[in-house]
Ligand binder design. Structure first.
Ligand SMILES: [Zn+2]
Length: 155
């Protein structure tokens, strides 16, 4: 807030403000931040420059800005995470599809293997049956024992 130098009216807010470094010659701190603003008198429309006393308000604005930047950062991070998650989900879904395809083709292969083994086993059963019938026809013929030519190796 400032006071119009022409008519003395109170001017509450600056049209424009900026910060300036003020050299404080007799201070140990050397420099301190001050704010200068352009004010416009609402009564006589006079424009004048003056020090702005609501540095705290500007600081708050800066804090809000920082907070906005921080929130944007958090938001960006979230978006990044979401993007990464979406990509991961897509990858996993693709992998799942590939695995399902692989399992399906393996099952198909296993089923055809089972079918071919069943075919082979059936054929072997037929052959065994035929052989048994062939042997069964000579059932009464005793199996000739091998002639004991050499009794030397009966240890
Ligand atoms: Zn004025």
């Amino acid at each position: 807030m400032s006071v119009c130098p022409k008519c003395g009216a109170k001017v509450t807010s600056a049209v424009k403000t900026w910060s300036a470094a003020l050299a404080q010659t007799k201070s140990a701190e050397g420099k301190s931040q001050i704010f200068i603003g352009v004010f416009e008198c609402p009564t006589c429309k006079t424009r004048f420059r003056a020090r702005v006393r609501h540095a705290q308000k500007l600081e708050q604005t800066a804090n809000v800005k920082n907070e906005m930047v921080r929130i944007k950062g958090v938001w960006d991070g979230l978006m990044q995470t979401l993007k990464a998650l979406r990509e991961k989900i897509q990858m996993l879904e693709m992998e799942r599809k590939n695995l399902l395809d692989e399992v399906a083709s393996l099952r198909e292969a296993a089923e055809s293997r089972v079918a071919s083994l069943e075919g082979e086993v059936g054929q072997m059963r037929e052959e065994a049956k035929a052989l048994k019938e062939l042997l069964g026809a000579d059932d009464n013929v005793p199996v000739q024992p091998l002639p004991a030519e050499s009794g030397s190796n009966s240890s």
